[in-house]
Every structure is written in structure tokens, then in C-alpha cells.
Design a protein around this ligand. Structure first.
Ligand SMILES: Nc1ncnc2c1ncn2[C@@H]1O[C@H](COP(=O)(O)OP(=O)(O)OP(=O)(O)O)[C@@H](O)[C@H]1O
Ligand SMILES: [Mg+2]
Length: 501
């Protein structure tokens, strides 16, 4: 791709961006939120039409009119916003646009078989006839991967494929990438987790403000140098990396949940959060993390549970009850449960706050503007103005708006499901710093994260779930990657812990 330009309503998103990927090469594409990575990919695959520049693929000049045309031309893509169809089955999603037919009709048996095969190649067994929407974001990402890999492509493009995957799933993905490379297939890989790039990528391109600012072999550049290239300024030697300030948690219990049972998904799980404390919730896929969060927030009704908030027994029937009681919940699935695409950044950011901003039905617009301005500046939300529709923002910037929505409500207890998913390293440090500050002010935080580093750096304590039970509580020195991984993979609910759960 050479000298690509693309503007939206006169505002340039790409300004002479260039990218070269060799045959059988694994190529990393990085840059801050809003740098233009997804836009460049969409230009390549025909989701957007470019304003200027040349694209050459397999030796010929190309200009794909649509993603389907690009797929037929040999480019398979996993987009950042999973663009699968939640109501259709897993199998239909994998085979979409290339359904096997018999006598002109869809051959369902062949379709399901092929989908099952594509998944088992990735070491996954799913009920392929079930609607995709019932599965977690991580599973949906794996389904998108199965789809992309099963298309016979010469280039596979992955826009943040690892953002909601845990270490094990990332290893599976990397295995797939190595397999593709061995077959001579090229891979273009976007990620904000810089460390993982060194594991699989041969070359790297860095973008900043719609331009390509660096391209070269991965081995030539250090992580620190990459961050400097992304930000466009030198970092001091401290790296200014982690922003977390671990304050002292109080002894005052804020939330206690015990014996939480929900079908076979939760089997007596428990967790405690004190004021000023950041508690991590770790576990593999299917361990019950999101389900436990859902119960605490009143989104799911447990079969059994003893939950207290500030020492009082509570039984939330709906999220509204939880919000009124001082809870906030930032979900992992920003597309389905989070953003309202056609509303502006301002409206999305203050959505949960509106009841409080309004007096007799009239919104206090000055206060609203002040809050929006504060969060946009603090988290560096990149938008043309607060009035821009949120769907036009880059993925990471949408996530920042969502987080701001809940931080702005100043809850007593904030539940965060993968809070820094898709957020660049600079903004991530800022978010961790903000969470740390709010915790020092008395906020309790329950944070689900697939990134062990984030849990260890950012939490006072980590509760590990496995098969719907608590299998470990780790804090201080005991909170190491090895200990977490061990508990996640093999932890047993010992009778003592079960009693406490
Ligand atoms: N459809 C659109 N309408 C208006 N502006 C857009 C549109 N799509 C992208 N942009 C703008 O183009 C710029 C680049 O966005 P892009 O999504 O390519 O960033 P990105 O590098 O993928 O960031 P992230 O890491 O957050 O995913 C952003 O400023 C974004 O607001
Ligand atoms: Mg993007």
C-alpha cells in the first residue's frame, strides 16, 4: 500500500500511509488509538474506498469494491469490531457467504461439519448449531478466527484479535499464525499488547496521526523505542509505563458475595471487595467470571447467593436496582451492551449520569459540558468534537468513552470487565492511574481481566475462579504470574476456601 489517503468529512484519517507485507511474513501494525490502523485495513479490504494512493496485491494493482471481493481475491479479515451475526448459528457465521449447497439448497449437514472441522483445527469444540450471540466475546473472536483461517487466503488480516483472549487462547492463536506462515500465508496483525508482537512478528510498521512513521524488522526495535515512535516523543528512562498507585485499602467491607450458584456455570462462587480496594477476578474461559459479575450487577438472577453491600443484604432484580445502590458496570462487549452508535460522544458519556444531571426534566448542560470536557482531556479521547457520533471514533476511543461513562457516575463499587481492552499503552497507564486515584478516594473496584500483568500491577488482591468456584485468593508477594496461571488451570476448591466462598 503506497501513499494512501482517506478523509472523513474533510478530516484526514490517513495521510500518505504506506505498508508493505512480504509473502509468508507476519507483520505487526501498531499505533495509538485513532492513528489510522483500522482505516488502513478497511481501505485494503474495500470496506472503505481510498481517496488517493496505490494498492498492489500479489503483484497486481487492486481496488476491491467490497470486503467480499477482497475475500474472493485472497484476503481474509478479522475486523476489530466483530462483524458476525449474533442471531445466526456458530456454523452459519463461519461459513457465511460460502455455504455448501446441494441441488441449490444449503446443505446444512455439510455446513455444520465443515464449521466443526474449522473449530477443531483450533482445538475448540462448540455447539455449532447454537446462536453465536450466546457465547462470550472471546469465543466470538475465536469463531472469527476459524472463519478467517478456513477461507483459502494468501493474506490474513487480524485487527486486535487478542484483545479479549487469555494467555492460553493467545497461544492457540499464535500456533495458528505460525501454521499460516509455514504454508506461505502472510499475516497482518494489529495489537496494543506490544510484548506479544515479539513472539510471532517478523516485521513491524508504526503509524502516527494517519502516517507511517517506521517500518522495519521486529528484532531491530526495543519496546521502549516502539512506544516512543507511537507517541512521537522521547520517554524518560522510567518509561512512564504503569500508572497505578496502590493506595491502602480500608478494612471496611463494601461487598461480600458467597455461595453464588447459577445453573452449572457458578457453583458456590464468592468474592469480597473492601472500600478503596481493587480486586481482580481471574479465570479461564468458562470459569464463571462474567457470570459472577452479571449476578452482582443484577443482570442475572442466581439460584442461590448471599450478597451484602455495606453490610446490608441485597437482592438486585435488575441492573437499575444495582445502579441506584451505587454500582457501576462497564461491560466487555461495547458493541452489544455499551455504546449507542448514533448518539454523540457527549450523550454516550453522560448517559448513566443523566438522571442526576436533570432537574425537573431539564439537563444542566453547563455541568454536562464540564464533565465531558474533563474526561475527554484526561483520557485523551480523540474525536473531532464532543458532538461527533461515537460510531465514527476508533475502537480504543469508544472504549475510553464507555469507561468515562461509569467513572463519571462516581459509584461506590465499579465492576470493570476487560477495562483496557483495545486501549493503547499511553492511555492505559492513564486509566490505571485514574482507577488508582478513585480507589484512594474510597471506591471499590472489581476488575475482570485476561491480562495477568494488568491484574498483578493494578490489584490489591486477585480472586481466581475455576469451573464456577473460587479456587484461590492471592495478594502481595503471592500474586505472581505463575501462581495465577497455576490456579486458573489446576486450582481446586479446597474445603477451607469453599467454606469462605
Ligand atoms: N466512519 C468514520 N467517520 C468519521 N471518522 C472516522 C471514521 N472511521 C474512522 N474515523 C476516524 O479516523 C481516525 C482513525 O481511526 P481508526 O479507527 O483507523 O484508528 P485505529 O488506529 O484503528 O485506533 P484504535 O487503536 O483505537 O482501534 C480516527 O480519528 C477516527 O475518528
Ligand atoms: Mg482500530
Amino acid at each position: 500500500m503506497q501513499d494512501i489517503r482517506k478523509a472523513f468529512a474533510g478530516v484526514p484519517a490517513l495521510d500518505r500511509a504506506s505498508l508493505t507485507v512480504g509473502p509468508g511474513e507476519v507483520h505487526a501494525l501498531i499505533g495509538q488509538n485513532g492513528a489510522g490502523k483500522s482505516t488502513l485495513i478497511k481501505v485494503l479490504t474495500g470496506a472503505y474506498r481510498r481517496d488517493a494512493g496505490q494498492v498492489t496485491f500479489a503483484g497486481a494493482a487492486v481496488d476491491f469494491p467490497s470486503p467480499l471481493a477482497a475475500q474472493r481475491g485472497g484476503i481474509a479479515t478479522i475486523y476489530q469490531e466483530v462483524n458476525l451475526v449474533p442471531l445466526r448459528s456458530v456454523a452459519e457465521n463461519i461459513m457465511l457467504g460460502r455455504e455448501p449447497r446441494r441441488f441449490g439448497l444449503i446443505d446444512w449437514r455439510a455446513l455444520n461439519d465443515r464449521a466443526r472441522q474449522a473449530l477443531s483445527d483450533l482445538g475448540l469444540t462448540l455447539e455449532v448449531t447454537r446462536p453465536l450471540g450466546g457465547y462470550s466475546t472471546a469465543v466470538q473472536q475465536m469463531v472469527a478466527l476459524a472463519r478467517a483461517v478456513s477461507v483459502q487466503a494468501r493474506l490474513v488480516v487480524m485487527d486486535e484479535p487478542t484483545s479479549s483472549l487469555n494467555e492460553r487462547e493467545v497461544e492457540t492463536l499464535f500456533g495458528v499464525i505460525r501454521g499460516l506462515k509455514a504454508r506461505g500465508v502472510s499475516v497482518l496483525f494489529v495489537s496494543h499488547r506490544l510484548d506479544e508482537l515479539y513472539e510471532v512478528c517478523d516485521r513491524i510498521t508504526v503509524m502516527r496521526d494517519g502516517r507511517t512513521v517506521f517500518s522495519g524488522p521486529m528484532t531491530d526495535v526495543s519496546r521502549l523505542r516502539l512506544v516512543e515512535l507511537m507517541l512521537g516523543r522521547a520517554l524518560d528512562s522510567s518509561g512512564a509505563q504503569t500508572g497505578f498507585v496502590r493506595g491502602q485499602a480500608s478494612d471496611e467491607e463494601l461487598l461480600s458475595a458467597r455461595g453464588v450458584t447459577l445453573g452449572t456455570r457458578l457453583r458456590g462462587a464468592g468474592v469480597e471487595v473492601r472500600r478503596g480496594e481493587v480486586v481482580g477476578l481471574a479465570g479461564l474461559l468458562g470459569s464463571g467470571r462474567s457470570e459472577l459479575a452479571g449476578v452482582l450487577f443484577g443482570a442475572e438472577r442466581p439460584d442461590q447467593a448471599q450478597i451484602t453491600l455495606r453490610g446490608q443484604a441485597v437482592d438486585f432484580r435488575a441492573p437499575g436496582d444495582a445502579i441506584r445502590a451505587g454500582l457501576g458496570f462497564c461491560s466487555e462487549d461495547r458493541k452489544a451492551q455499551g455504546i449507542i452508535p448514533d448518539l454523540s460522544v457527549r450523550e454516550n458519556l453522560t448517559l448513566a449520569l443523566l438522571p442526576r444531571l436533570a432537574r425537573a426534566g431539564v439537563v444542566d448542560t453547563a455541568r454536562q459540558a464540564e464533565i465531558v470536557d474533563r474526561f475527554m482531556t484526561r483520557l485523551g479521547i480523540k474525536a473531532s468534537s464532543a458532538e461527533q457520533p461515537i460510531r465514527e471514533l476508533s475502537g480504543g476511543n469508544q472504549q475510553k468513552v464507555l469507561l468515562s461513562r461509569w467513572l463519571a457516575t462516581e459509584p461506590d463499587l465499579l465492576i470493570l470487565d476487560e477495562p483496557t481492552r483495545g486501549i493503547d499503552v499511553g492511555a492505559k497507564a492513564e486509566i490505571q492511574r485514574l482507577i488508582g486515584e478513585l480507589a484512594q478516594g474510597g471506591l471499590g473496584v472489581l476488575m475482570i481481566s485476561s491480562e495477568l500483568e494488568e491484574l498483578i500491577e493494578g490489584c490489591h488482591e486477585v480472586t481466581v475462579l475455576r469451573h464456577g468456584r473460587r479456587v484461590a485468593r492471592l495478594s502481595g508477594e503471592a500474586m505472581t504470574e505463575d501462581a495465577l496461571l497455576h490456579a486458573m488451570a489446576q486450582g481446586e476448591a479446597d474445603p477451607g476456601a469453599a467454606g469462605a466462598a
